[in-house]
Design a protein around this ligand. Sequence first.
Ligand code: 6R9
Length: 545
Amino acid sequence: MNFVEAEKVFPWVKEGKGNIVYEAIDRHVESGAGDTVALYYSDGEREESLTFAEIQSKSSQFARGLLQLGIQQGDRVFLFMPRSPDLYIALIGIIRMGAIAGPLFEAFMESAVRDRLQDSGARAIVTTPSLLTRIPQSDLPELAHVIVAGAKEELAAPLHAFEQVMKQPDDPFIQEVSGEDGLYLHYTSGSTGKPKGVLHAHAGLLHQYVSGAVVYDFRPGDKYWCTADPGWITGTSAGIFAPWLHGVSIVVRGGRFRSEDWYATIEKYGVTVWFSAPTAFRMLMAAGDDVPKQFDFSKLRHVLSAGEPLNPEVIRWGEQVLQRRIHDNWWMTETGSTICANRPDIPVRLGSMGKPLPGIHLAIVDSKGNELPPNTMGDLAILPPWPAMMRAIWGNEEKYQSYFRNGWYISGDSAYRDEDGYFWFQGRIDDVINTSGERIGPFEVESKLVEHPAVAEAGVIGIPDPMRGEIIKAFVTLRQGYSPSEELAVQIKQFVKEKLAAHAAPREIEFRSGLPKTRSGKIMRRVLKAWELGLPTGDLSTLEE
Ligand code: 6R9
């Protein structure tokens, strides 16, 4: 399977009209697979399953409900809720009616939610009673509707009960769109500025379909579990659409991480394909090898990892404990689907990200955008376009253009390619932090830190951590009248947790009397990093003093 063949399966994508939801859901119902389970959900307390036919009817109801509220094609409708069947019905319903879905990670606090709703001009958001307080009441003139799933009380506009919005005919309804129309918007961090909205299009389904075939190895009857939350690209592209485009059942587990529950999930549903991330594998490793011995993984056929570098040690653990090789694959929010992978049809090279998908030109380029020979480190770059490539940075053409150099899409990662065409990840070029596979922009954390009354200035970096890949460390100077203490450090960490998100809060804080800055006043994170790691600080000619 490759992109050209995928275009033959979905000819409307290039010229014509259709909808990714038709291909992911309705097509299976029409071909007689309506009774196949599309989604198995459990969270330890509740267990539920939904067939393709049920998702078709329920998401049609929701789509009609949105229409009745006045939502139009191209409007942004956000999702801010824990994983539950309602989340999937709402997501599919939004896309079904031609609106653009904006899935948000449930750990975001008010200011993170505000930034994203404001930037995208969101018209509606779907949430739950417990998260409702984090949806700002002010500064969002375009936000016309807040839809609350599972509300116990009567709601008055702009609040609506999800169950009320659902009160619509359940026969299939779908809005046809063109392949280039907006699908979803995922916010992600760069090294400067606030998170940016990465816009994807329906045409990305061609790529998701190919990744499903050649990387995730989907086969009829598979039970697939991708542990990523739909708030991140892995959770939507690889977690929902790739499998459903292949008619494969997905397993969704709500609630927190517990190693026993994870192993039990694989056994209980007879998971055949499992996609997770290095931090999760390392946490399972840390829980000890006696735990997995109590479970049956005999149905498991293929194991995948993405999001951060996969240590060879973890692959060896997988071979011993799961009796399976973990297949690393590389991509980004911006690439929309897998770009490079240890595909099942090639031998795994431990520690490498594998080879590019057929039809993708992946290369290492220098600072001028010239391709480099094998075994030379440089910028990991892709020749545009590819089907799942982002279509825009929402409202920021300049930012979008800044990704490109001499015709190449520049990933921001450094890597090299060996003589056999395998790519080897070396690190980030910019200051973006990757903690537990989640991309954190230091600027967003610094901005929150300086809102704390005690903090004058802050510089934030990632420092190596054996479990999480990197952890966030903040260097902080204090305002007059405050002095460093353990208690203050705890307070500041808590402040970021409550105002931004738990996963974006620094795990370490170091108080300093000053921070290294350029003459233009920019904090030099590179110098902070060198201090931290005891490395030479390099060229300091632009340092203020
Ligand atoms: C899909 C996803 C993208 C960044 C990317 C890189 C890192 C992703 C990786 C990997 C080493 C891998 N990354 N996969 N690093 N090996 N297999 O993770 O998207 O959240 O946008 O992060 O994650 O640094 O640039 P996103």
